[in-house]
Each structure stands twice: as C-alpha cells, then as structure tokens.
Design a protein around this ligand. Sequence first.
Ligand code: NAD
Ligand code: MG
Length: 408
Amino acid sequence: MPGVATLLVTLADAAYIDIFSPGHTVAKRVTILGSTGSIGTSTLEVLRSLAPDYQVAGLGAKRRWQELAAQCQEFHPPAVAVADPANAIQIAPFLDSRSELFAGPAGLVELARRSDTDYVVAAIVGAAGLESTVAAVQAGKKVGLANKEALVVAGSIIVPLAARTGAVLLPIDSEHSAVFQSMSAGRRSEVRKIYLTASGGPFRAWSAEQMAGATLQDALRHPTWNMGPKITIDSATMMNKALEIIEARWLFDLPPDSIEVVIHPESIIHSMVEFVDGSVIAQLGSPDMKTPIQYALTCPDRADGCARKLDFSTIRRLNFESPDFDRFPALELGYEVARIGGTAGAVLNAANEEAVEAFRQERIPFGRVVELTREVLDRHNVQAAPDLDALLAADAWARREVAECLKQ
Ligand code: NAD
Ligand code: MG
C-alpha cells in the first residue's frame, strides 16, 4: 500500500516544482479517451480554440461511432481506437490513409501509451476507463483526469505508479481544478482544509419521500451543469460528491476530515482552499467544463478561454448551505470509503455503477440506488493492500452482488 505522501510527489510537488518552474514545457499532442462524450467533445472545443499550438494525437470512444468519424474527418488524428470491434469496420473509411486504427478495449490501452502522445485526457466514464488511464500513467504521460472513477477504484495504485514513471495527474473535475488552482496561493504544508462545493443537484430541496420516487427525467434535470447521464444521476444522489471526496483524498493527499462539502447552488465558486492563517482562496467561473479542461491542458500557462465569462452585474448573491446527510446518505459513504481505503473504493464504485444502470433501465426506483450500494459495501470484506487484480476482483464481486439483489 503506497504511503499517503506519494501524491505530493505526483501532483503537489509537480504543482510546486515541475509545473511552476521556468523549465516546464506545456503539452502539445493530445489524445482523448472518451472523445464522443460530454468531456470529450468539450475538450475538442478547447483544442479548436488552442489550435494550432495543440494537436489531436489520438481519439478513442465506444458509443456514437458516427460522431467519432466526424471528429476524425475534422482533426485527422494519427491514431484512433474504438472499444467496440464491430464499429472498426464502420469507421475505417473516415480515417486518413496513414492513421492507425485499434479495436477493442486493448485498443484504448494502445492509444493511451503511444509515443507520439504527450498528454492523455482520460474522459471515459466509469471503471471502464481504468485500464487505459493506468496505461497512460504507466507510460509517464501527462494525464488530464476527468475519469474520477479510476482514482476511486485504484488511487492506491495510480498515485504511486505516477511517482515512479514521472506521469503528472492534472485534475479536470471542476472542484479539483479549483482546489489545484487555489493551492498555488500558499505552500502545501500551509493548507488546513479544502471545501468541495456542490450544486446539490436537482433534488436539493426535495423531501426524502419525494426523492424516493423521483423519475429518470427528474434525475437527469441538473440545475447548473450539462453532463453525461451517469454523472448527472450521481449528482442527483450526491454520489458524485462522495466520489469526489475520494478523488480529492488521492489527488491532494488529504485526510478525509480535512475535506468539507458545501452546498453552493449557483455553481460559481468551484471549490476553495483554507490555509492555516484562515485565508480562504477560491476559484470562480461560469459552470462550463471548458475552463478546467483548458487549464489542465495549458497550466501553468493560461490562454484565452472559450467558455462564457462571469458577469458580476447579473450575479445577485452566492448562497451556501450545509449538506443534508440524512437525505443524501451517499455523502457518508464517500467519507467512510475514503477512510477505509483498500478494496472499498472499487466496491463502492462498481455497486454504484450497476445501481445507476438499473435505475436507468427503470428496474429500481431512485431511492434504491444508494441503498443498494450501501448494502453491497456492508457485505464486503475489505482487503487492505490490494494489487490491481484484487481491485478488479472486488469490482467484479460488487457487480455480481448487485445482480443477485436485482434478481430477488
Ligand atoms: P459521457 O457518457 O458523456 O461520455 C463517456 C465517453 O466514454 C464516451 O465517449 C463513450 O463512448 C466512452 N465510453 C463509455 N464506455 C466506454 C468503454 N467501455 N470503453 C471505451 N470508451 C467508453 O460521460 P462524461 O459526462 O463525459 O463523463 C466522463 C468522465 O468525466 C466521467 O468519469 C465523469 O465522472 C467525469 N466528469 C464529467 C464531467 C462533465 O461535465 N460531464 C465533469 C466532471 C467529471
Ligand atoms: Mg465535479
């Protein structure tokens, strides 16, 4: 089991030594894993506005091959991967004659470690992105990390691996980008705590009874962010914030007790860092992922941003509330798993992914999603220092447990 200090080597030291040193060079050739998704397409928008300094070195996705084909025709990537081999034949005619095409999950891994790539944007949703994210870290790339589930499952593997290979993990998740940016206002040893802000999702003001029977349409109606369906449902249960507590624990090497969740319905303050002297430094911006994506690509430099700018003449007030742990029991799960470590993250994530999928298929009501995840986690015998195989086994076990519960 890696020591908690390892993260300092990968991210915080990178932030304070490598990235902010004059010798640091920014990445130019970018591969996007999950290019057809919400983060993937926003990343391409950012790359359009950063062209010609940044180029697309590779694109990979599973769903929506027609969109991937259109992306290939616009960006001419030297390498493309499709997770579903059946789509390889469909997409081949849209590639440049010299482009390489990889098929199947192993193709995403190939794409992630190619030598003509400086920077990998990990934007596949769920544990499906774990293997390719690990491959990018193994190959010592700069990794813009949107795929938070990879860290929730395997932060204990990824963080020390990055320290060994020289890979740098750069947060894309807006809260973690905000913390990352705010941390540069002081030294790492001067950080007292961080505040992760949360919009509260579509059910912030709903009673537990109302929430229990919420429909899929209700859950997909996020008040401030436009995102892929899985993270949108995670935001409705607030499991997204639970995953982000664990993500922050790994990225910033913080004990869970120094990570506090604050409800901030306007989603303008993206998170905050409190230093030992009581100063709180925040990062603000419109709720648009293009801003944190761009910073992950260009940092420590900044370039003209293509997201909408804040207009303070239209912002009347910023509101804050304490989270309600009774109505949103997922939050407690986040703290619990961050404290326990071992295989708990893999089980939490896999059970949640399966429960969310069951809700999307209308096999369980909204109120069962977190309950089911909790039940599976409670039945799990946590293994303290798992290797990657043990984490994958825990993931598979949790998925089988959910399937068993669904049969009953
Ligand atoms: P999405 O569903 O919109 O897109 C997912 C992408 O992953 C698609 O390109 C899809 O083809 C690909 N994909 C799915 N399963 C795959 C598989 N088995 N193999 C290969 N590719 C696969 O999801 P999203 O909202 O863009 O989220 C992506 C990641 O970014 C998630 O981990 C999410 O938590 C994180 N994130 C998203 C946002 C956001 O605003 N959307 C914000 C913060 C963090
Ligand atoms: Mg987030």
